[in-house]
Design a protein around this ligand. Structure first.
Ligand code: HEM
Length: 404
């Protein structure tokens, strides 16, 4: 927060300060798709990633890659693209041979630049939600709309159309959240200025945005095949912390003598629900809070700072509790119900894409599509105990309802 800004912040104009865009929210606006020509050794491999992994050649190609100097990368856009590319190369390198053929060490020609770019951005040296989704999109027709038919990921992993769908549907949920982020800022502005009319409108805007996110989430069913997600895609999002397949972590050669542990990519690292939880004053259990707060370390620092600012703002919940305005009570409760419903529908998706897909994969001939990772049976790619965690988070959301 800037000096003299305390009374006013955060306001819509403050979005830029957190590298948040009015149009794109937490998404990186129109991400770069190419690095300067001297980085073609990275880009050439990145563009062939699915084929190199399928033919088991990726590790050999990475061993031959020159160690490039990151000093020539200019500005945040290039750094974000470099992080995206190097994180995908790293996931491919580690998981190319499945959970039984992992590596202990990331070679220096990948580890050193990845570390440097990560330091420059304040991101961990592993694939994050910010890489996988927020920075990983382009329009096919540059003047066309931000809709699934006109979008494609910049960099891919194995999984074909289902991988594309998984990335882009998640992106559409982030897009649907944008009016909700604006409504959050508006709600805090209204609280600071004791403007209950504006607060009421902001809460209505927030519940509508959460409803739109829920609708966007349902498109997962149309675009992502559960068997492909479970047996092919999931392992490439896994990390080397809380993962029995890599109990000792990963040694980043040329960076540290000791292996390091990082959680895998998960939408638990999306800043959207963290923002809404903070605004609505949702109290999660100690264990769930610890996990969710750890996931904040995997967000771009400006987004983390934004969530922190929301958490430090005057309490919406206290204001509603002390207000006699029943319209406000109702609008607040609509937000809570919409958020709990979103989380229930997300649990249904997780059940379909993990639990049901797992039992089907077990019935089918082993290895017919791919061998699903056993270490990930009960754990999320972020490392949580999936259903205990997700249900606790959904139930504590419901407990946020205010009685009349
Ligand atoms: C096939 C689709 C999906 C699957 C299988 C899935 C799976 C999971 C799992 C296992 C977790 C537990 C945390 C971990 O260890 O990673 C999680 C958390 C979470 N996921 Fe998903 N997810 C999917 C799609 C999405 C989408 C599209 C979103 C929206 C952006 C999303 C938002 C979240 C959030 C916010 C959390 C943290 C828990 C919460 O705040 O409720 N997920 N997901």
């Amino acid at each position: 927060m800037e000096a003299g800004d305390e009374e006013e912040s955060p306001q819509p104009t403050a979005m830029g300060r957190f590298q948040l865009s009015e149009e794109y929210g937490f998404l990186l606006p129109n991400p770069l798709t190419e690095l300067p020509p001297s980085y073609s050794p990275w880009m050439d491999i990145a563009h062939e990633l699915p084929q190199l992994i399928a033919s088991h050649q990726l590790r050999a190609r990475i061993h031959q890659m020159p160690q490039l100097n990151t000093q020539q990368l200019q500005g945040r856009e290039e750094l974000h693209l470099a992080h995206l590319v190097l994180s995908f190369l790293t996931m491919g390198y580690v998981w190319q041979e499945g959970e039984k053929g992992t590596v202990k060490m990331l070679p220096h020609n990948l580890a050193v630049p990845f570390w440097e770019v990560s330091q420059a951005l304040g991101l961990p040296p592993i694939l994050t939600h910010a890489d996988f989704v927020l920075a990983n999109w382009r329009r096919k027709d540059p003047s066309g709309p931000l809709e699934i038919e006109n979008l494609e990921p910049i960099i891919s992993l194995p999984g074909g159309e289902s991988l594309r769908g998984f990335i882009l549907v998640t992106l559409l949920v982030e897009k649907a959240a944008v009016p909700g982020i604006k409504a959050t800022i508006q709600a805090i502005h209204a609280l600071q200025h004791h403007d209950d009319e504006l607060l009421h409108r902001a809460l209505q805007g927030l519940s509508a945005a959460i409803g739109a996110m829920d609708k966007a989430l349902q498109q997962m069913h149309d675009y992502v095949d559960p068997a492909v997600f479970y047996t092919v895609i999931r392992i490439f999002l896994s990390g080397w912390r809380d993962n029995a397949a890599m109990p000792h972590g990963l040694l980043y050669e040329g960076i540290s003598e000791q292996p390091m542990a990082f959680s895998g990519g998960s939408a638990a690292q999306s800043s959207v629900l963290h923002t809404f939880d903070e605004l609505l004053g949702i109290q999660h259990s100690q264990e769930s809070t610890a996990f969710l707060h750890r996931m904040r370390d995997y967000m771009p620092p400006p987004h983390r700072a934004f969530i922190r600012d929301i958490s430090l703002a005057p309490s919406l919940r206290q204001h509603i509790l002390s207000s006699a305005d029943l319209r406000l009570h109702e609008a607040f409760n609509h937000c809570i119900t919409a958020l709990a419903d979103f989380r229930s529908h997300h649990i249904a998706i997780v059940t379909k894409y993990i639990t049901v897909a797992k039992s089907k994969a077990g019935q089918e001939e082993a290895g017919s599509i791919g061998k699903p990772p056993a270490a990930l049976e009960a754990k999320g790619t972020g490392g949580s105990h999936i259903f205990v965690f997700l249900k606790s988070v959904r139930d504590s959301t419901r407990e946020g309802l205010i009685s009349a």
